[in-house]
Write a protein that binds this ligand. Structure first.
Ligand SMILES: *[C@@H]1O[C@H](CO)[C@@H](O)[C@H](O)[C@H]1NC(C)=O
Ligand SMILES: *[C@@H]1O[C@H](CO)[C@@H](O)[C@H](O)[C@H]1NC(C)=O
Length: 252
């Protein structure tokens, strides 16, 4: 046994490149200085049942008329990361949430931007209440907020639910009866920040929720939990059902 390991040592010494390679590989696998994106986090990948690729792609609505190519690309290099487009009750718009203001014109995909983002907020979901003109906002850092028709500073509506903070509000829709349905993509902020959304997807943990805020009672309720990266929300026109996406599982 000893002889064998001695042989191995000699072999590695005679092939220094292999030694360096072995050390590098060990360094990457062990990550002693926690330099990897998941360093210091309890990264526990979860298996999810994703619909077969073929099934998804066969049912994917195709732009077979290439209508998208007829459009113009606006605000190139001016706006980064818009996720919602909304028009107000006068038809003005589109309104959107962007990263640029916070980044002061810096490319918002840089880590410089990430440092200031928790302070600036990241408005992901926007919806106008078409009756009153209020703008509701799902912000990745600040939860559910509202701005009156005259604009100004947003008022927080929901930052906690059932005693626990809302960590990653993502999108919303407004029911005819005034209730706001919105997604909280993940309930464990300590583990992964909003900006690590790729790691949330990679790990596949299902700790997201669909929430409902009721303005008359100013209360927030959990409608569904255990969701894998819930994202966009849309109520049907007749309000009889609600669609939402689970990004990790590529389904709605
Ligand atoms: C495009 O797809 C639509 C809906 O699937 C279909 O009705 C239409 O005939 C298609 N057009 C062409 C040019 O293939
Ligand atoms: C609005 O309707 C939804 C769906 O039926 C319901 O869950 C919610 O409690 C209602 N909100 C109010 C304020 O009545």
């Amino acid at each position: 046994m000893e002889k064998r390991s001695q042989l191995k040592d000699e072999f590695l010494l005679q092939h220094p490149y292999l030694l360096v390679l072995a050390l590098a590989l060990g360094f990457i696998i062990m990550d002693p200085f926690q330099m990897s994106p998941v360093g210091g986090h309890k990264f526990r990948p979860v298996k999810n049942d994703i619909a077969p690729y073929k099934l998804v792609m066969e049912n994917w609505p195709k732009d077979n008329m290439s209508r998208l190519s007829l459009g113009n690309l606006e605000f190139v290099d001016e706006i980064f990361g818009p996720e919602s487009l909304e028009f107000d009750i006068w038809g003005h718009g589109p309104y959107t949430g962007t990263e640029k203001l916070c980044a002061r014109g810096v490319d918002s995909t840089t880590s410089k931007q990430w440092k200031v983002e928790p302070w600036c907020g990241r408005p992901l979901g926007l919806r106008f209440d078409k009756k009153r003109g209020d703008l509701y906002i799902a912000d990745a850092y600040y939860g559910l907020l509202v701005v009156g028709p005259e604009g100004g500073v947003a008022t927080p509506l929901a930052t906690r639910v059932e005693g626990k903070p809302i960590f990653f509000a993502n999108d919303l829709d407004i029911h005819n009866n005034g209730s706001i349905f919105f997604t909280d993509t993940r309930d464990n902020f300590v583990k992964f920040h909003y900006r690590n959304h790729f790691l949330i997807l990679l790990e596949g943990e299902a700790s997201g929720r669909l929430l409902r805020y009721d303005p008359p009672t100013r209360t927030t309720h959990v409608v569904l939990d255990g969701l894998a990266f819930p994202n966009g929300v849309q109520l049907s026109k007749d309000q009889s059902f609600l669609l939402f996406t689970e990004t990790t599982n590529c389904r709605y």
